[in-house]
Design a protein around this ligand. Structure first.
Ligand SMILES: NC(=O)c1ccc[n+]([C@@H]2O[C@H](COP(=O)([O-])OP(=O)(O)OC[C@H]3O[C@@H](n4cnc5c(N)ncnc54)[C@H](O)[C@@H]3O)[C@@H](O)[C@H]2O)c1
Length: 347
């Protein structure tokens, strides 16, 4: 892999400068903060290219990834487009010998992730995924409190990830199954990435459950291409721990807590912005600890990328790491279709 002398020598570009959350601006600013040099933006929508020019005066702008690759020598390209385009665009950039960061989810299928990892290896470049939430204050605090030598929760038995409520999906591409991949891919990959930091074990089997058709018929994507009303993934780990992920738009009784870790000696409820830990003292009495989570440190993502490309620092979010949540969701939807649990291929 080519090593850069200084972070400033790394020219960076983004593909996709969408308006929903202004993610293109966020990425270029965070890359800049890590010392790298914003060089180019590729975007299909001319209005959004105008916005990029306003935000970064003098930046080169292109109407397609092909044009970006021909006319710009950007060394690192971040893909910030709808989910079904990630693998294709990432492979296009990797084949041109560029380092690639893909927004989450890395891709929709395990096979796409494998192709991206293999291409990066072949070209001796990096492929990573923008798992900024790896550095969210709530998971940093959770890891500090439950993953230490005192093991306050005892043996970890189950991890439950959940999000949702009773509401019609929004009028955007995230509500299309073919574009987004399904209801589990948006927030689901973040929640799984939190959980997998705590469960240090191999996966052995994945089951999935899905219900479709209630809201789908009422959105512009129609019943045939609407996302599921609700889906659940259940992962069995080698030592017996169970991980569940449920994202729902038909949840009439939402429970508090986004991720709940339950062990033989206690439970940790990870919430935004608070946490609650319930354990048991020697005498059996219940001890409840509550507190607020610290601020997130998303900037650490691109700092790690810059350190990796300049000093060879260990990459935190590798392609293999980013593939794990995708493998779970991919297999869960396959299992839901097959009506049975499926053995996992990647641990
Ligand atoms: N990590 C996070 O915290 C976070 C937050 C929000 C969004 N995201 C992710 O960012 C990605 C984009 O989401 P968004 O909310 O910014 O969507 P968006 O709809 O606002 O923006 C997507 C942009 O991509 C452009 N685009 C589509 N295909 C393109 C192509 N082939 N070449 C160039 N441009 C193309 C569109 O014109 C659009 O402007 C998704 O993967 C989403 O999950 C991550």
């Amino acid at each position: 892999m080519k090593r850069f002398k200084r972070a400033a020598d790394i020219k960076v570009a983004v593909v996709g400068y969408g308006g929903a959350f202004n993610m293109g601006r966020l990425h270029l600013n965070e890359m800049k903060r890590a010392g790298m040099t914003p060089a180019a933006v590729a975007e299909l929508d001319p209005k959004r290219l105008e916005a990029a020019k306003q935000d970064f005066p003098g930046i080169a702008t292109f109407r397609s990834t092909g044009e970006l690759l021909t006319k710009s020598d950007a060394h690192l390209i971040t893909i910030i487009t709808p989910h079904n385009t990630h693998a294709k665009l990432a492979l296009q950039c990797l084949r041109a010998g560029r380092n690639v960061v893909c927004e989450k989810p890395m891709a929709i299928t395990t096979a796409e992730c494998d192709a991206m990892i293999a291409e990066a290896r072949r070209r001796k470049v990096l492929v990573s995924t923008y798992h900024n939430r790896h550095w969210d204050g709530h998971i940093v605090e959770a890891l500090k409190r439950i993953k230490n030598e005192r093991e306050p929760l005892g043996e970890l038995v189950r991890v439950e990830c959940r999000m949702g409520g009773w509401s019609k999906p929004g009028d955007w591409w995230r509500s299309s199954k073919s574009i987004s991949g399904g209801i589990l891919y948006d927030w689901g990959v973040h929640l799984l990435e939190y959980a997998l930091q705590v469960i240090a074990d191999d996966m052995v089997e994945i089951s999935g459950y899905a219900h479709s058709g209630f809201w789908g018929a009422q959105t512009r994507w129609g019943a045939r291409d609407g996302i599921e009303d609700e889906a659940t993934a259940v992962v069995r780990f080698k030592r017996g721990c169970m991980l569940t992920l449920r994202i729902s738009n038909i949840e009439s009784n939402p429970k508090p807590g986004v991720v709940e870790f339950t062990g033989t000696r206690g439970t940790y409820v990870m919430n935004f912005p608070d946490f609650e830990m319930i354990t048991h003292a020697k005498g059996g009495e219940t001890v409840k600890t509550v507190g607020r989570n610290p601020e997130g440190e998303w900037w650490r993502f691109y700092q790690n990328i810059a350190d990796h490309l300049t000093q060879g620092a260990e990459l935190t979010i590798t392609g293999e790491w980013a593939r794990r949540p995708i493998h779970i969701i991919d297999m869960a939807f396959k299992s839901a279709k097959a009506g049975r649990a499926l053995p996992v291929r990647h641990r």
